[in-house]
Design a protein around this ligand. Structure first.
Ligand SMILES: Nc1ncnc2c1ncn2[C@@H]1O[C@H](COP(=O)(O)OP(=O)(O)OP(=O)(O)O)[C@@H](O)[C@H]1O
Ligand SMILES: [Mg+2]
Length: 279
């Protein structure tokens, strides 16, 4: 078993409710006693139905929201109560890719600016020329036309936009990436392209990933281990091959039964990939 990079130990997350017509509504517990470990170089899946708490768990892992109980640690260091200033040196190392690239890319900025600015901000590039050189190299590797650099987000296809989001994150050389439903909304062959890219990237950079998805065939194709969330609790976890071959909980079985049949086998990613993207 690999060394732990990011760990959530027995965490609770509650959201305070606004006071309503009938007085103050008690805080709702969205996560209860959740323990998740992500090893170095490991890709972990987080699955569960809508509203089960996947995004909340991801945001807690990244310290974007506070936990009400439990502990978050990064490289063995307790980061549960670090202030934003104290977190700053870790921010480059823990990155997030969202479901909707249109929402995470500033529509008024060129792709060039979108990918080079974070490198300059986090000082992984010494100047614009340096940043641009790295951007061009990764665009070639990601099969993104260099002409895209001069364009605006709306002038790219959905798959290209998602690859730009991944490129922007990869250029910062993070240790951990949280990918939240990043292929929902893409067609199957574009999904395979984006997933292969992520697979190659995590292999080459030794990246650790938490991959949130309600689509179990996607998780099965890309993750080493999986955690199953139901109503804010982990109901099952284990190696993907074990959990998917012989689910222990009825809930996991129900999630598996919901997968459209043609995509249930683990090989779909390799077969459906149009452009294999690798080193
Ligand atoms: N900021 C918030 N304030 C209050 N409640 C919230 C907040 N964020 C999430 N919740 C609630 O927490 C629960 C879990 O939400 P979360 O977004 O983590 O689910 P999810 O598993 O990511 O769902 P989906 O698959 O639809 O993205 C939901 O009941 C949601 O309404
Ligand atoms: Mg979510």
């Amino acid at each position: 078993m690999s060394e732990d990079l990011l760990v959530a130990q027995n965490i609770d997350v509650s959201f305070a409710q606004r006071s309503g017509l009938f007085g103050v509504v008690p805080a709702s517990k969205v996560l209860q006693g959740v323990t998740v470990r992500v090893g170095r170089g490991e890709t972990v899946g987080i699955v569960g139905e809508s509203g089960s708490g996947k995004t909340t768990l991801g945001r807690a892992l990244l310290r974007l929201i506070d936990v009400t109980a439990g502990r978050i640690s990064f490289e063995g260091r307790d980061i549960t109560r670090l202030s934003e200033t104290e977190m700053r040196p870790l921010r480059r190392r823990m990155q997030l890719i969202f479901q909707d690239p249109m929402a995470s890319l500033n529509p008024r900025h060129t792709i060039r600016r979108i990918v080079t600015e974070p490198m300059l901000f986090h000082r992984v590039a010494i100047n614009q020329t340096d940043a641009e050189r790295s951007a061009r190299a990764i665009f070639e590797r990601f099969n993104l036309p260099l002409a895209c650099l001069a364009r605006y987000p709306h002038e790219l296809s959905g798959g290209q936009r998602q690859r730009v989001c991944i490129a922007r994150v990869a250029l910062l050389a993070p240790d951990f990436v949280l990918a939240d439903e990043i292929v929902s909304g893409l067609d199957v062959s574009t999904q395979a392209q984006v997933l292969n890219l992520l697979k190659a990237l995590s292999r080459d950079l030794g990246l650790s990933m938490a991959f949130i998805s309600h689509d179990l065939s996607v998780v099965r194709a890309i993750c080493d281990r999986v955690y199953v969330l139901q109503a804010g609790r982990i109901v099952e976890d284990g190696l993907c091959e074990d959990v998917f071959a012989a689910p222990k909980s009825d809930y996991t079985r129900a999630l598996l039964d919901a997968i459209p049949l043609p995509r249930i086998d683990a090989g779909w990613l390799d077969r459906s990939s149009v452009a294999q993207v690798s080193a």
